[in-house]
Design a protein around this ligand. Structure first.
Ligand code: CAO
Length: 418
């Protein structure tokens, strides 16, 4: 009696797979559960076992084929043990799998092979999971790689050859140029203005940051009711010294303390050398809004200066920024930045981390709000803060701890003296 062996279900919603190897040949006498073919999907390489034994009289598939569930693989004669249609399925990590199945993703969660897993398309690319992973690790699209193996199968060497092509292509070493914008005058009158140097630098630096730094923003409101009283009381002293005791000056002082307390925030990520650069000095950039655009001068050695000294220096650099009198040294070497938009308004915003820094503190406008304290609502002055940080180095819990610490000190500044 002749009997067909068909491709059984491999996993939920996987409708087909790539035939990597045929493990038997016509004339072989196979036993039930003997592996007959090796099939690969996006997530796993699987040996398909024979559901019954017998002599192989025909093989209906070829290496390199995409075969679908239910498609005939072999014809077997002299069939033994025909009542075993489930093909020795086992369950691994909650996922139905066959004996001999190799899950290629370490500690793969069950859903990887479940209904959320992508279906293999009819345009299935013949490449083993390890080759796919290799291409993915190099940032290459497997669909663009030409396979030189049987049936166009892609090997490691094909991936390497494609990588060499990409690296050597002029496009990868030369900037391809910005995209053309449409002719807006088709829809109404327009004026053209050349982009200033400051605008160009801001555009390039923010794009650099956006493309290279995975950013997360943490929000918090600090109760600065008591601090505001202190600020207003102490204003005159600072004014005598030629400064202005504003929230920015206070945050400068406080940020220096926070950077000492949380050194990760005073660091840079060096991906090229796979290292973190921890800095032992504390220089903080201050975003200054000028008529020409945004400038970010840097206050050096903030931790070594008093609040009065910082207020005077802040006044000086903000003035020089607005009068275009900053030196290039004053624009360099920042480890962290403060961007205070509270003098203008707004309840919150998400500042962008500067390249080569790992965090920036955004400050919005303080306002009196009702706060539930000791069983009643009382009016308190709250300062909204937003901390954007580089998730390559700083985890969510680090970000939350940093901002909570800052808020506590803003609420009770004397805590830092204890
Ligand atoms: N909430 C409420 N009021 C605030 C405040 C806040 N967060 N921050 C400042 N103010 C008040 C100040 O107390 C001051 O009030 P008075 O004139 O009544 O004293 C007023 O707003 C103006 O402050 P200032 O701008 O003179 O002083 P500052 O030291 O607080 O800020 C500077 C200096 C340079 C940070 C600010 O002038 C500036 O340029 N901010 C814009 C920053 C910016 O553009 N950021 C976006 C960059 S992109 O991320």
């Amino acid at each position: 009696m002749k009997q067909e062996i068909k491709l059984p279900e491999i996993a939920d919603n996987v409708v087909s797979g790539f035939l990597a190897r045929i493990l038997v040949k016509v004339g072989d006498v196979i036993e039930k559960d003997q592996s007959i073919i090796e099939i690969e999907t996006d997530k796993a390489a699987t040996d398909i076992p024979a559901p019954f034994g017998g002599k192989i009289v025909d093989i209906k598939v070829h290496a390199g084929d995409e075969i679908r569930v239910g498609q005939t693989i072999l014809i077997v004669e002299g069939v033994k043990d025909v009542k075993v249609p489930e093909q020795n399925a086992t369950v691994r990590d909650g996922v139905p799998a066959f004996a001999g199945m190799t899950t290629l993703l370490p500690a793969s969660p069950p859903q990887l092979l479940s209904s959320s897993a992508p279906h293999l398309s009819s345009a299935f690319v013949p490449a083993s999971p390890s080759v796919r992973r290799f291409a993915r690790d190099l940032g290459l699209d497997i669909n663009r790689i030409k396979g030189t193996g049987p049936g166009g199968r892609i090997s490691d060497d094909d991936v390497k050859a494609h990588a060499r092509e990409v690296i050597q292509s002029p496009k990868s070493t030369q900037f391809a140029g910005y995209a053309e914008v449409p002719d807006f005058s088709k829809w109404g009158p327009v004026d053209y203005q050349p982009m200033s140097r400051i605008r160009t630098i801001t555009a390039e630096s923010t794009v650099n940051s956006w493309q290279t730094i995975p950013q997360v923003v943490q929000f918090e409101k600090a109760d600065i009711t008591e601090l505001e009283k202190f600020r207003l009381m102490s204003k005159a002293v600072v004014e005598k010294a030629g400064g202005k005791l504003t929230m920015t000056a206070i945050l400068l002082k406080l940020s220096a303390m926070a950077l000492r307390q949380f050194p990760k925030f005073n660091a840079s990520v060096d991906m090229k050398n796979k290292q973190i650069v921890f800095k032992n000095y504390i220089n903080i950039g201050i975003a200054v809004d000028t008529e020409q655009g945004l400038l970010v001068p840097v206050v050096q050695d903030v931790d070594k200066k008093s609040l009065t000294e910082l207020s005077v220096e802040l006044n000086g650099i903000a003035g020089r920024a607005r009068n275009r009198k900053l030196t290039s040294e004053e624009m360099q070497g920042g480890n962290f930045t403060i961007s205070n938009l509270g003098g203008i308004g707004g309840t919150s915003f998400t500042p962008i981390v500067y390249p080569n820094q790992v965090a920036i503190l955004g400050v919005s406008k303080s306002a009196i709000e009702p706060v539930y304290l000791d069983g009643e609502f009382v009016p308190r002055t709250l300062l909204p803060l937003s901390l954007s940080y580089d998730h390559r180095l700083i985890d969510g819990a680090d970000g939350a701890r940093f901002l909570v610490w800052m808020c506590k000190v803003l609420e009770q500044p004397f805590l830092t003296w204890l």
